[in-house]
Design a protein around this ligand. Structure first.
Ligand code: CA
Length: 78
C-alpha cells in the first residue's frame, strides 16, 4: 500500500535525483542520488532498480514509474 505521505516523499526524492531536470531518472542520476543513501551501488543493483522501475523500458524512470517503484525500492536495494 502506498499512502499520500509516501507519494509526497517519492516526489521529493524524484526532484532531488533528477539533477538535469528532464523529468526522468537515468542510470547515472540513480547512481549519484542513491549512493549517499544506500552506499555505493553495483551496476547489477542499478540494473535491478531500472528493471523494477522502468516499466516501459525507455531507459529512464519517469515520475509515475518512480512512484510505483519507490515502495519496492527498499526491497530491491538491500
Ligand atoms: Ca534526469
Amino acid at each position: 500500500m502506498v499512502n499520500k505521505e509516501e507519494l509526497r516523499e517519492a516526489e521529493r526524492v524524484f526532484r532531488e535525483l533528477d539533477t538535469n531536470g528532464d523529468g526522468k531518472l537515468d542510470r547515472s542520476e540513480l547512481i549519484k542520488g542513491l549512493t549517499p543513501v544506500y552506499g555505493s551501488l553495483t551496476s547489477i543493483e542499478v540494473d535491478k532498480i531500472m528493471a523494477a522501475a522502468d516499466t516501459d523500458g525507455s531507459g529512464g524512470i519517469d515520475i509515475s514509474e518512480w512512484k510505483a517503484a519507490s515502495s519496492k525500492l527498499n526491497r530491491v536495494v538491500t
